[in-house]
Design a protein around this ligand. Structure first.
Ligand SMILES: Cc1ncc(COP(=O)(O)O)c(C=O)c1O
Length: 394
Protein backbone atom coordinates (compact mmCIF):
# COMPACT_ATOMS: atom_id res chain seq x y z
CA UNK A 1 0.00 0.00 0.00
CA UNK A 2 1.31 3.41 -0.94
CA UNK A 3 0.35 6.20 1.45
CA UNK A 4 -1.59 9.07 -0.23
CA UNK A 5 0.17 12.42 -0.55
CA UNK A 6 -1.23 15.26 1.59
CA UNK A 7 -3.90 17.44 -0.05
CA UNK A 8 -3.22 20.84 -1.67
CA UNK A 9 -3.33 23.89 0.61
CA UNK A 10 -6.80 24.77 1.75
CA UNK A 11 -6.34 28.38 0.60
CA UNK A 12 -7.08 27.12 -2.90
CA UNK A 13 -10.27 25.33 -1.91
CA UNK A 14 -13.21 26.92 -3.66
CA UNK A 15 -11.06 29.15 -5.89
CA UNK A 16 -12.04 28.16 -9.42
CA UNK A 17 -10.23 28.67 -12.69
CA UNK A 18 -11.40 31.82 -14.44
CA UNK A 19 -14.58 30.98 -16.40
CA UNK A 20 -13.51 33.60 -18.93
CA UNK A 21 -10.25 31.83 -19.72
CA UNK A 22 -12.17 28.57 -20.14
CA UNK A 23 -14.71 30.26 -22.35
CA UNK A 24 -11.98 31.73 -24.53
CA UNK A 25 -10.76 28.23 -25.36
CA UNK A 26 -14.31 27.39 -26.47
CA UNK A 27 -14.86 30.42 -28.68
CA UNK A 28 -11.54 30.41 -30.48
CA UNK A 29 -12.72 28.09 -33.27
CA UNK A 30 -12.39 29.51 -36.79
CA UNK A 31 -15.31 31.52 -38.08
CA UNK A 32 -16.46 32.81 -34.70
CA UNK A 33 -16.52 36.60 -34.35
CA UNK A 34 -15.49 37.01 -30.75
CA UNK A 35 -16.42 39.92 -28.53
CA UNK A 36 -15.32 37.71 -25.63
CA UNK A 37 -11.58 38.22 -25.31
CA UNK A 38 -9.92 40.90 -23.25
CA UNK A 39 -6.93 40.83 -25.56
CA UNK A 40 -5.32 43.73 -27.39
CA UNK A 41 -5.46 43.55 -31.18
CA UNK A 42 -2.37 41.57 -32.26
CA UNK A 43 -1.99 43.36 -35.60
CA UNK A 44 -1.25 46.52 -33.62
CA UNK A 45 1.80 45.11 -31.80
CA UNK A 46 4.95 46.93 -32.89
CA UNK A 47 6.73 43.63 -33.44
CA UNK A 48 9.45 45.15 -35.63
CA UNK A 49 10.29 47.79 -33.06
CA UNK A 50 10.30 45.22 -30.25
CA UNK A 51 12.40 42.78 -32.23
CA UNK A 52 14.95 45.50 -32.93
CA UNK A 53 15.04 46.39 -29.23
CA UNK A 54 15.63 42.76 -28.21
CA UNK A 55 18.37 42.54 -30.88
CA UNK A 56 20.04 45.68 -29.60
CA UNK A 57 20.22 44.58 -25.98
CA UNK A 58 21.17 40.94 -26.61
CA UNK A 59 23.86 41.92 -29.13
CA UNK A 60 25.07 44.94 -27.19
CA UNK A 61 25.04 43.80 -23.57
CA UNK A 62 24.66 40.00 -23.50
CA UNK A 63 26.49 39.56 -20.22
CA UNK A 64 24.17 41.95 -18.45
CA UNK A 65 20.80 41.18 -20.00
CA UNK A 66 21.15 37.39 -19.74
CA UNK A 67 22.20 37.60 -16.07
CA UNK A 68 20.16 37.74 -12.84
CA UNK A 69 19.22 41.30 -11.90
CA UNK A 70 17.79 43.36 -9.00
CA UNK A 71 14.32 42.47 -7.69
CA UNK A 72 13.18 46.10 -7.92
CA UNK A 73 13.69 46.07 -11.67
CA UNK A 74 15.97 47.36 -14.44
CA UNK A 75 17.07 50.87 -13.34
CA UNK A 76 16.75 52.25 -16.88
CA UNK A 77 13.20 50.91 -17.27
CA UNK A 78 12.20 52.21 -13.85
CA UNK A 79 13.52 55.64 -14.76
CA UNK A 80 11.73 55.76 -18.11
CA UNK A 81 8.43 54.58 -16.59
CA UNK A 82 8.74 57.01 -13.66
CA UNK A 83 9.41 59.88 -16.07
CA UNK A 84 6.42 58.89 -18.18
CA UNK A 85 4.12 58.72 -15.13
CA UNK A 86 5.43 62.13 -14.02
CA UNK A 87 4.78 63.60 -17.48
CA UNK A 88 1.25 62.20 -17.29
CA UNK A 89 0.68 64.25 -14.15
CA UNK A 90 1.62 62.02 -11.20
CA UNK A 91 5.08 62.95 -9.87
CA UNK A 92 6.92 59.64 -9.53
CA UNK A 93 10.52 58.84 -8.64
CA UNK A 94 12.38 55.78 -9.92
CA UNK A 95 12.46 54.25 -6.45
CA UNK A 96 8.68 54.61 -6.06
CA UNK A 97 8.31 51.88 -8.70
CA UNK A 98 8.72 48.12 -8.51
CA UNK A 99 8.74 46.36 -11.88
CA UNK A 100 6.40 43.36 -11.89
CA UNK A 101 5.71 40.45 -14.21
CA UNK A 102 2.47 42.02 -15.46
CA UNK A 103 0.16 43.99 -13.22
CA UNK A 104 -1.37 40.64 -12.32
CA UNK A 105 1.77 39.92 -10.31
CA UNK A 106 1.38 43.34 -8.72
CA UNK A 107 -2.05 42.28 -7.49
CA UNK A 108 -0.74 39.04 -6.15
CA UNK A 109 2.14 40.77 -4.31
CA UNK A 110 -0.27 43.28 -2.79
CA UNK A 111 -2.50 40.43 -1.61
CA UNK A 112 0.52 38.65 -0.08
CA UNK A 113 1.74 41.77 1.70
CA UNK A 114 -1.53 43.27 2.90
CA UNK A 115 -4.08 40.48 3.30
CA UNK A 116 -4.20 37.97 6.17
CA UNK A 117 -6.63 35.06 5.99
CA UNK A 118 -10.02 36.34 7.16
CA UNK A 119 -9.32 39.99 6.29
CA UNK A 120 -12.02 41.79 4.35
CA UNK A 121 -11.35 43.22 0.90
CA UNK A 122 -13.86 45.53 -0.74
CA UNK A 123 -14.24 45.29 -4.51
CA UNK A 124 -16.40 46.83 -7.20
CA UNK A 125 -19.24 44.66 -8.40
CA UNK A 126 -18.99 43.66 -11.21
CA UNK A 127 -15.18 43.67 -11.21
CA UNK A 128 -11.99 42.17 -12.61
CA UNK A 129 -12.14 38.42 -12.12
CA UNK A 130 -8.47 37.58 -11.67
CA UNK A 131 -8.26 40.12 -8.83
CA UNK A 132 -11.07 38.29 -7.07
CA UNK A 133 -9.02 35.09 -7.50
CA UNK A 134 -5.90 36.71 -5.99
CA UNK A 135 -7.75 37.95 -2.94
CA UNK A 136 -9.55 34.62 -2.52
CA UNK A 137 -6.24 32.72 -2.59
CA UNK A 138 -4.91 35.08 0.07
CA UNK A 139 -7.86 33.96 2.24
CA UNK A 140 -9.72 37.27 2.07
CA UNK A 141 -13.40 37.72 2.68
CA UNK A 142 -14.36 39.56 -0.53
CA UNK A 143 -17.25 42.00 -0.13
CA UNK A 144 -18.87 44.04 -2.90
CA UNK A 145 -18.93 47.83 -2.45
CA UNK A 146 -22.07 49.54 -3.78
CA UNK A 147 -21.71 51.03 -7.28
CA UNK A 148 -23.83 52.66 -9.95
CA UNK A 149 -23.21 53.39 -13.65
CA UNK A 150 -20.26 55.62 -12.72
CA UNK A 151 -18.54 53.24 -10.30
CA UNK A 152 -18.16 53.26 -6.52
CA UNK A 153 -20.68 55.35 -4.54
CA UNK A 154 -18.57 57.22 -1.97
CA UNK A 155 -21.27 57.60 0.73
CA UNK A 156 -22.25 53.97 0.49
CA UNK A 157 -18.54 53.11 0.48
CA UNK A 158 -18.06 54.98 3.77
CA UNK A 159 -20.97 53.03 5.30
CA UNK A 160 -19.59 49.73 3.99
CA UNK A 161 -16.14 50.53 5.39
CA UNK A 162 -17.58 51.31 8.83
CA UNK A 163 -19.67 48.16 8.76
CA UNK A 164 -17.21 45.67 7.25
CA UNK A 165 -13.87 47.11 8.47
CA UNK A 166 -12.02 46.10 5.28
CA UNK A 167 -8.28 46.29 4.99
CA UNK A 168 -8.29 47.42 1.41
CA UNK A 169 -10.43 48.60 -1.45
CA UNK A 170 -9.57 47.30 -4.90
CA UNK A 171 -10.80 49.25 -7.89
CA UNK A 172 -10.22 49.92 -11.57
CA UNK A 173 -11.31 53.57 -11.77
CA UNK A 174 -10.65 54.14 -15.48
CA UNK A 175 -12.32 52.16 -18.30
CA UNK A 176 -13.00 49.36 -15.87
CA UNK A 177 -12.90 45.71 -16.79
CA UNK A 178 -15.64 44.55 -17.31
CA UNK A 179 -17.91 47.63 -17.51
CA UNK A 180 -15.78 50.20 -19.33
CA UNK A 181 -16.97 52.85 -16.90
CA UNK A 182 -14.81 55.60 -15.40
CA UNK A 183 -15.06 56.94 -11.86
CA UNK A 184 -15.61 60.73 -12.03
CA UNK A 185 -13.07 63.12 -10.52
CA UNK A 186 -15.23 64.21 -7.57
CA UNK A 187 -15.88 60.61 -6.57
CA UNK A 188 -12.13 59.93 -6.70
CA UNK A 189 -11.64 62.78 -4.21
CA UNK A 190 -14.37 61.34 -2.03
CA UNK A 191 -12.92 57.79 -2.16
CA UNK A 192 -9.52 59.19 -1.16
CA UNK A 193 -11.16 60.99 1.78
CA UNK A 194 -12.93 57.83 2.93
CA UNK A 195 -9.61 55.97 2.83
CA UNK A 196 -7.95 58.72 4.85
CA UNK A 197 -10.76 59.03 7.40
CA UNK A 198 -11.33 55.32 7.91
CA UNK A 199 -7.80 53.91 7.62
CA UNK A 200 -7.98 51.91 4.42
CA UNK A 201 -5.57 50.84 1.68
CA UNK A 202 -6.57 51.59 -1.91
CA UNK A 203 -5.34 49.36 -4.69
CA UNK A 204 -5.84 51.32 -7.90
CA UNK A 205 -5.45 49.08 -10.95
CA UNK A 206 -4.88 51.12 -14.09
CA UNK A 207 -4.05 49.13 -17.22
CA UNK A 208 -6.39 51.03 -19.59
CA UNK A 209 -6.25 54.79 -18.91
CA UNK A 210 -3.91 55.55 -21.83
CA UNK A 211 -6.43 54.03 -24.25
CA UNK A 212 -8.74 57.03 -24.22
CA UNK A 213 -10.78 57.73 -27.39
CA UNK A 214 -13.14 60.47 -26.17
CA UNK A 215 -13.25 63.04 -23.36
CA UNK A 216 -10.57 64.31 -21.01
CA UNK A 217 -8.19 62.33 -18.78
CA UNK A 218 -9.07 62.05 -15.08
CA UNK A 219 -6.21 62.08 -12.55
CA UNK A 220 -5.67 58.82 -10.67
CA UNK A 221 -6.73 58.39 -7.05
CA UNK A 222 -3.01 58.02 -6.26
CA UNK A 223 -2.64 61.74 -7.14
CA UNK A 224 -5.00 62.87 -4.33
CA UNK A 225 -2.91 64.11 -1.36
CA UNK A 226 -5.20 62.53 1.28
CA UNK A 227 -4.62 59.05 -0.10
CA UNK A 228 -1.01 59.40 -1.24
CA UNK A 229 0.34 57.38 1.69
CA UNK A 230 -2.20 54.58 1.26
CA UNK A 231 -2.71 54.07 -2.47
CA UNK A 232 -0.87 51.42 -4.45
CA UNK A 233 -1.13 52.14 -8.16
CA UNK A 234 -0.70 49.25 -10.60
CA UNK A 235 0.36 49.87 -14.19
CA UNK A 236 0.95 47.62 -17.16
CA UNK A 237 2.61 47.58 -20.56
CA UNK A 238 0.22 44.82 -21.70
CA UNK A 239 -2.39 47.01 -23.35
CA UNK A 240 -0.05 49.71 -24.65
CA UNK A 241 2.86 47.52 -25.86
CA UNK A 242 2.20 43.76 -25.70
CA UNK A 243 0.88 41.43 -22.98
CA UNK A 244 3.32 38.66 -23.91
CA UNK A 245 6.12 40.79 -22.49
CA UNK A 246 4.56 40.27 -19.04
CA UNK A 247 5.69 43.70 -17.86
CA UNK A 248 3.93 45.86 -15.32
CA UNK A 249 4.86 48.04 -12.40
CA UNK A 250 3.52 49.11 -9.08
CA UNK A 251 3.92 52.50 -7.45
CA UNK A 252 3.74 52.06 -3.72
CA UNK A 253 4.14 54.32 -0.68
CA UNK A 254 7.43 53.86 1.11
CA UNK A 255 5.85 52.14 4.11
CA UNK A 256 5.15 48.92 2.16
CA UNK A 257 7.79 49.01 -0.56
CA UNK A 258 10.28 46.82 1.25
CA UNK A 259 7.70 44.14 2.03
CA UNK A 260 6.57 44.15 -1.60
CA UNK A 261 10.16 43.67 -2.75
CA UNK A 262 10.63 40.77 -0.32
CA UNK A 263 7.40 39.15 -1.52
CA UNK A 264 8.58 39.49 -5.12
CA UNK A 265 11.99 38.06 -4.26
CA UNK A 266 10.29 34.98 -2.88
CA UNK A 267 8.02 34.72 -5.93
CA UNK A 268 10.40 35.03 -8.89
CA UNK A 269 13.59 36.86 -7.76
CA UNK A 270 12.99 39.42 -10.49
CA UNK A 271 11.12 39.98 -13.75
CA UNK A 272 13.00 38.78 -16.86
CA UNK A 273 16.18 40.85 -17.23
CA UNK A 274 16.26 40.64 -20.99
CA UNK A 275 12.61 41.60 -21.43
CA UNK A 276 13.01 44.59 -19.13
CA UNK A 277 16.16 45.67 -20.95
CA UNK A 278 14.44 45.34 -24.32
CA UNK A 279 11.43 47.32 -23.09
CA UNK A 280 13.74 50.06 -21.81
CA UNK A 281 15.64 50.12 -25.11
CA UNK A 282 12.32 50.25 -26.96
CA UNK A 283 10.95 53.10 -24.83
CA UNK A 284 14.21 55.04 -25.15
CA UNK A 285 14.17 54.86 -28.96
CA UNK A 286 10.46 54.90 -29.77
CA UNK A 287 7.87 57.60 -29.61
CA UNK A 288 5.38 55.70 -27.43
CA UNK A 289 2.87 58.53 -27.77
CA UNK A 290 2.89 58.10 -31.56
CA UNK A 291 2.36 54.34 -31.07
CA UNK A 292 -0.51 55.10 -28.68
CA UNK A 293 -2.02 57.42 -31.28
CA UNK A 294 -2.00 54.50 -33.73
CA UNK A 295 -3.68 52.24 -31.15
CA UNK A 296 -6.33 54.84 -30.39
CA UNK A 297 -6.91 55.49 -34.08
CA UNK A 298 -7.57 51.77 -34.56
CA UNK A 299 -9.69 51.20 -31.44
CA UNK A 300 -11.79 54.38 -31.59
CA UNK A 301 -13.78 53.39 -34.72
CA UNK A 302 -14.26 49.87 -33.31
CA UNK A 303 -15.73 51.33 -30.13
CA UNK A 304 -17.89 53.70 -32.18
CA UNK A 305 -19.09 50.87 -34.45
CA UNK A 306 -20.12 48.75 -31.49
CA UNK A 307 -21.97 51.59 -29.77
CA UNK A 308 -23.67 52.54 -33.06
CA UNK A 309 -24.89 48.95 -33.57
CA UNK A 310 -26.17 48.32 -30.06
CA UNK A 311 -29.56 50.11 -30.27
CA UNK A 312 -30.61 47.93 -33.21
CA UNK A 313 -29.04 44.78 -31.75
CA UNK A 314 -30.23 44.55 -28.16
CA UNK A 315 -33.89 44.19 -27.24
CA UNK A 316 -36.07 47.03 -25.97
CA UNK A 317 -35.35 47.69 -22.31
CA UNK A 318 -31.63 46.86 -22.55
CA UNK A 319 -28.99 49.25 -21.18
CA UNK A 320 -25.29 49.52 -21.90
CA UNK A 321 -22.23 51.53 -20.93
CA UNK A 322 -20.71 54.08 -23.30
CA UNK A 323 -17.02 53.87 -22.41
CA UNK A 324 -14.72 56.72 -23.42
CA UNK A 325 -11.80 54.30 -23.70
CA UNK A 326 -10.46 50.87 -22.89
CA UNK A 327 -11.78 47.71 -24.52
CA UNK A 328 -15.18 46.86 -23.08
CA UNK A 329 -18.87 47.65 -23.30
CA UNK A 330 -21.09 46.25 -20.56
CA UNK A 331 -24.74 45.57 -21.29
CA UNK A 332 -27.80 44.51 -19.32
CA UNK A 333 -30.64 42.84 -21.16
CA UNK A 334 -34.23 42.94 -19.89
CA UNK A 335 -35.09 41.12 -16.64
CA UNK A 336 -35.38 37.41 -17.02
CA UNK A 337 -32.70 37.09 -19.70
CA UNK A 338 -29.95 34.60 -18.96
CA UNK A 339 -26.90 35.52 -21.00
CA UNK A 340 -25.30 32.10 -20.38
CA UNK A 341 -28.23 30.60 -22.40
CA UNK A 342 -27.89 33.38 -24.94
CA UNK A 343 -24.20 32.54 -25.39
CA UNK A 344 -25.07 28.98 -26.43
CA UNK A 345 -27.40 30.35 -29.12
CA UNK A 346 -24.87 33.01 -30.10
CA UNK A 347 -22.20 30.34 -30.65
CA UNK A 348 -24.60 28.56 -33.04
CA UNK A 349 -24.53 31.84 -34.98
CA UNK A 350 -20.72 32.08 -34.73
CA UNK A 351 -20.56 35.06 -32.41
CA UNK A 352 -19.34 35.14 -28.81
CA UNK A 353 -19.31 37.40 -25.74
CA UNK A 354 -18.76 36.83 -22.03
CA UNK A 355 -21.82 36.34 -19.80
CA UNK A 356 -21.66 38.81 -16.91
CA UNK A 357 -22.47 36.66 -13.86
CA UNK A 358 -18.88 35.48 -13.08
CA UNK A 359 -17.72 39.10 -12.69
CA UNK A 360 -19.81 39.49 -9.53
CA UNK A 361 -18.25 38.81 -6.12
CA UNK A 362 -21.58 38.52 -4.32
CA UNK A 363 -24.80 39.07 -6.27
CA UNK A 364 -24.53 37.82 -9.88
CA UNK A 365 -26.83 39.44 -12.42
CA UNK A 366 -27.50 36.81 -15.14
CA UNK A 367 -28.91 39.43 -17.53
CA UNK A 368 -25.52 41.13 -18.02
CA UNK A 369 -22.77 40.58 -20.57
CA UNK A 370 -19.36 41.96 -21.54
CA UNK A 371 -18.55 42.82 -25.14
CA UNK A 372 -14.99 43.60 -26.18
CA UNK A 373 -14.46 45.75 -29.26
CA UNK A 374 -10.66 45.56 -29.26
CA UNK A 375 -9.88 42.57 -31.48
CA UNK A 376 -12.55 42.47 -34.22
CA UNK A 377 -12.34 44.93 -37.11
CA UNK A 378 -15.15 47.44 -37.75
CA UNK A 379 -16.54 45.14 -40.49
CA UNK A 380 -16.43 42.15 -38.13
CA UNK A 381 -18.11 44.17 -35.39
CA UNK A 382 -20.99 45.09 -37.71
CA UNK A 383 -21.32 41.49 -38.90
CA UNK A 384 -21.00 40.09 -35.38
CA UNK A 385 -23.72 42.40 -34.09
CA UNK A 386 -26.05 41.18 -36.87
CA UNK A 387 -25.35 37.62 -35.75
CA UNK A 388 -26.10 38.59 -32.18
CA UNK A 389 -29.42 40.10 -33.32
CA UNK A 390 -30.25 36.76 -34.96
CA UNK A 391 -29.34 34.81 -31.82
CA UNK A 392 -31.48 37.17 -29.72
CA UNK A 393 -34.43 36.75 -32.09
CA UNK A 394 -34.54 32.98 -31.54
C1 LIG B 1 -8.21 45.34 -14.64
C2 LIG B 1 -7.05 44.49 -15.00
N1 LIG B 1 -6.02 44.38 -14.16
C3 LIG B 1 -4.95 43.63 -14.44
C4 LIG B 1 -4.88 42.91 -15.62
C5 LIG B 1 -3.65 42.07 -15.86
O1 LIG B 1 -2.82 42.65 -16.78
P1 LIG B 1 -1.31 42.27 -16.98
O2 LIG B 1 -1.20 41.72 -18.35
O3 LIG B 1 -0.57 43.54 -16.79
O4 LIG B 1 -0.93 41.27 -15.94
C6 LIG B 1 -5.92 42.98 -16.54
C7 LIG B 1 -5.86 42.20 -17.78
O5 LIG B 1 -6.76 42.10 -18.56
C8 LIG B 1 -7.04 43.78 -16.21
O6 LIG B 1 -8.10 43.90 -17.03
Amino acid sequence: MVAPVPPPASRLAGVGSSPVRELLALVSRPGVISFAGGLPAPELFDHEGLRAAFDRVVAGEPRRVLQYSPTEGDPHLRRLLAERRTRLGLPTGDTDLLITSGSQQGLSLVATVLVEPGDTVLVEEPGYLAALQCFAIAGARVVAAPTDDHGILPDALADAVRRERPKLLYLVPTFQNPTGRTLPDDRRDAVARVAADEGLWIVEDDPYSELRYRGEPVAPIAARPEAADRTILLGSLSKIMAPGLRLGWLRAPESVRRQLVIAKQATDLHTSTVTQAAAAAYLAETDLDAHLDRLRAAYRPRRDAMLAALPATLPEGSRWSEPEGGMFVWARLPDGTDTADLLRRALDHDVAFVPGAPFYAEHPDPATLRLSFATPTVEEITKGMHRLTAALAE
